[in-house]
Design a protein around this ligand. Structure first.
Ligand code: HEM
Length: 233
């Protein structure tokens, strides 16, 4: 009788944990899609100022004439905000449940407990959020950018990573590496949530996660380093 009563409660909690993991995976995938699209757009800087600025202006009129000026950007901003909040909410609830399931901390926490990426998910996430806030003040509103000209994003980026502002480049580089680690573990976890099973599947998911996060980090880092070395000026 007791066991019968306990079953629905346990099942309910388990189902919602799966739903939360699914929420993490789906919001994570949306954010990864944005990250790749944004990285590809950034690489236009190697084509030249005109191409890069044209691309930024085109983004503002994407969907025209069906969508009025900047609507696409606002829809994207809304979608990204909901995805980030959903991702953080699911992460916080799942972490709390995991702590409750094991209220006593491990006396000897094994040194090699999961990969480095797995152990830094929470702080990696915090660094990324802080970076995005700085990044918006820097390259969207132009508040902390030396040029800060909404019409000329190429000039903003070049001014941003000038050698004298090495600390900005360093902050960007650290944040991008944090994104890389976060993504490596995130893609692997999402694959597991979405049904990847078995040793072979796990090996493939690990390799795909490593390749995708390395490509992303290299693509993003190439821009500040190209400016720093004078390749883009
Ligand atoms: C060196 C690397 C990066 C460069 C050069 C760069 C460049 C830019 C530029 C120029 C804009 C403004 C576009 C415009 O004028 O409309 C922008 C916006 C943005 N970037 Fe980046 N970005 C970089 C890395 C990142 C990373 C790693 C993230 C996320 C973790 C990110 C997230 C965003 C977001 C959310 C926006 C706001 C888009 C909006 O205005 O709605 N960026 N970026």
């Amino acid at each position: 009788m007791t066991a019968e009563r306990a079953t629905p409660a346990i099942r309910k909690k388990k189902t919602s944990s799966v739903a939360l993991k699914l929420l993490m995976a789906v919001t994570g995938i949306l954010l990864v899609l944005f990250l790749f699209a944004h990285m590809a757009g950034n690489l236009k800087i190697f084509v030249g100022a005109e191409s890069f600025d044209h691309y930024a202006h085109w983004l503002r009129d994407l969907g025209a004439p069906a969508l009025p000026h900047e609507w696409f950007l606002w829809i994207q901003r809304g979608g990204l905000t909901v995805a980030v909040l959903g991702h953080m909410f699911a992460a916080a609830v799942l972490a709390r449940r995991a702590r409750r399931a094991r209220p006593v901390r491990y006396a000897h926490r094994a040194k090699v407990q999961g990969s480095y990426a797995a152990r830094t998910m929470r702080w990696g996430g915090v660094i990324i959020v802080l970076f995005v806030i700085f990044h918006i003040l820097d390259l969207t509103t132009g508040t902390v950018n030396p040029v800060g000209d909404h019409e000329h994003p190429y000039a903003n980026v070049v001014a941003d990573f000038a050698p004298g502002r090495w600390y900005v480049t360093l902050f960007y580089a650290l944040a991008i590496v944090a994104v890389g680690f976060h993504l490596r573990h995130g893609i692997f976890s999402a694959a597991r949530t979405l049904g990847q099973q078995g040793r072979r599947g796990e090996r493939i998911a690990r390799a795909v996660a490593l390749v995708l996060s390395t490509v992303l980090v290299a693509g993003y880092l190439s821009v500040p380093f190209a400016v720093l070395t004078g390749l883009v000026k």
